[in-house]
Write a protein that binds this ligand. Structure first.
Ligand code: ATP
Length: 520
């Protein structure tokens, strides 16, 4: 299939996923009746259940499965010095550039990254053409190494990459602008190259705390949850009598005034993070870094979306605090994108907080009788990006044998918002009462939904569309044999099972425990 068509199709699929999210109560634009607020979203009745299940899967994999990891829930507002110490006040910036004709604002680094992706696309196109021409005899490695056009494109891409890295590492804003000019990058809206200079833009939201009568002070909405963990390191270590290595996990909101709001819930101004900071003995951090890379990848892959849809992307430009960093990227409809970051943050944060607070933030090692500042490995994943990856992978339009199509969300059963739909075939003859009894009984074990409206076919479709893994239908035979028809969402196979067995058949398959067991 030609690449262009493929990309257009992917875009089309993504649009469908976004509207599906709204139509079926997963995600709504914030303040929808006022036409929304840029890059802010609300989760609806099904979205909140899916989101809670994702959080539960993460939380339990950290806190239940690890004796040496505990959780906290720190406040969003923090003492303003926190952000001075962490470096966010001075350095949490993105380089922005405006196009004077369209008045649109862009991230300069993203414009350049997109340009590199264009070179990659051109190379891929050449390869696809050659593959078609040579068929089975095609040797991609040889073609890459010898084809003049590919070599030329690769050389341009590599040169651009090197120049870009240098400019980013040196924070050289003039050079970033010069790259944009030299590469003849145009604004996608106006099509012109009428660019302003590149400026730094701090992504933190500011607000005031205290009433004016008492005087106010400026504080920030936290741009990451991690700092709430660092400032509580001493509290948790002492009160929990924690011994190194140990971790502190937290789930909570974070806020970033992102310059460009794109791709639905991929880049939001208010979002949620699940972060775990793992404190280790200095010198052992790279070993732990590699351990956590594997552990986190296994967590993602246990969902069964296929190993080929994930990859690590090691950072070229390390943040000021890191000595190693990688992203776990997932294959979204708009390409491989970061879902999680794993960073070796050295002892930077704890040392900075010690310096700014004047407190001694160290660990006394009873084995060596020395005190030192622990090093930290961080795993940081966005709940919303994880949600998006789950949605994108699960959304499926299926052509059925009878010529109809159905939209089905093939969600992992443990994450599905509703686990079982209980459907009386008709609204009379005592069938609704039996259905209600089943719900009353099973609701203590998992999320059940009663539905009696419309034909059974329409009800199945509604449940497929929200990813409900099982439906049971109560019919007239149920009155005598106390059995119901159990339908599987994915295979659409149906078989009769005793009401008394429903809990044991379903519970195991839909519980978070079933996922957690895959991790051991
Ligand atoms: P990006 O490069 O995409 O801006 P980042 O590298 O700044 O992301 P981190 O600071 O490492 O992101 O944050 C950790 C995780 O938090 C990310 O992997 C992502 O899942 C999530 N995240 C970060 N920014 C946003 C955002 N604006 N909206 C939604 N999720 C986000």
């Amino acid at each position: 299939m030609p690449r262009q068509t493929n990309m257009a199709q992917q875009e089309d699929v993504f649009k469908k996923i976004v509207s599906h999210c709204k139509e079926y109560g997963f995600v709504f634009p914030s303040s929808d009746i006022y036409d929304g607020l840029g890059a802010v979203y609300d989760y609806g009745q099904n979205g909140v259940e899916l989101k809670n299940n994702i959080k539960q899967y993460w939380w339990q994999s950290m806190v239940l499965l690890h004796q040496n990891i505990v959780g906290i829930d720190a406040a969003i507002f923090m003492h303003p010095t926190t952000w001075k110490a962490s470096g966010h006040v001075d350095a949490f910036n993105d380089p922005l550039i405006d196009n004077r004709d369209s008045k649109k604002r862009y991230r300069a680094d993203v414009l350049i990254e997109d340009q590199m992706a264009k070179y990659d696309e051109k190379i891929d196109k050449e390869i696809a053409k050659a593959r078609k021409r040579f068929g089975d005899a095609f040797d991609e490695a040889q073609f890459r190494a010898t084809n003049g056009r590919v070599l030329e494109l690769q050389q341009k891409r590599d040169a651009l990459h090197e120049r870009f890295q240098k400019a980013m590492n040196a924070n050289d804003l003039d050079e970033l602008k010069q790259i944009i000019i030299d590469e003849e990058i145009v604004c996608p809206i106006s099509g012109t190259r009428n660019w302003t200079d590149v400026r730094q833009f701090n992504l933190m939201f500011k607000t005031e705390v205290g009433s004016t009568a008492e005087g106010t002070s400026t504080i920030y909405l936290r741009p990451e949850t991690a700092q709430g963990i660092f400032v509580n390191y001493l509290n948790v270590q002492k009160t929990g009598r924690m011994k190194l290595p140990f971790g502190i996990a937290q789930i909570g909101k974070a806020f970033r005034n992102e310059i460009v709001a794109r791709q639905f819930i991929f880049r939001m101004r208010e979002f949620e993070q699940m972060e775990m900071q793992f404190f280790v003995k200095p010198g052992t951090e790279l070993e732990w870094f590699s351990k956590w890379k594997q552990t986190r990848m296994a967590w993602h892959q246990a969902l069964g979306f296929g190993a080929e849809n994930y990859r690590f992307h090691d950072h070229d430009k390390l943040a000021h605090y890191a000595n190693a960093a990688t992203d776990i990227e997932f294959h979204m409809p708009f390409g491989f994108k970061e879902v999680e970051g794993i960073h070796s943050r050295t002892n930077f944060d704890l040392s900075q907080h010690a310096k700014y607070s004047g407190k001694k933030i160290e660990y006394f090692d009873p084995e060596t009788n020395e005190s030192y500042t622990p090093f930290v490995i961080e795993t940081s994943i966005g709940v919303d990006r994880m949600f998006l990856s789950v949605m994108c992978h699960s959304y499926c339009e299926e052509q059925l044998e009878n010529g109809e199509t159905r939209v089905v969300l093939r969600l992992p059963a443990a994450l599905a918002p509703v686990k079982l739909a209980v459907l009386p075939l008709v609204k009379k003859d005592g069938l609704p009462e039996i259905a209600q009894e089943i719900v009353n009984d099973l609701r203590f074990h998992f999320n059940c939904k009663y539905d009696e409206k419309d034909t059974i076919g329409k009800r199945y479709r509604r449940m497929d569309a929200i990813g409900c893994p099982y439906c049971v239908t109560i019919d007239h035979d149920t009155l005598n044999d106390h059995c119901v028809t159990l339908r599987d969402r994915d295979t659409m196979e149906q078989h009769r099972v005793p009401i008394a067995d429903l809990q044991s058949i379903i519970e195991d398959k839909v519980s978070i425990t079933s996922l957690l067991k895959k991790l051991l």
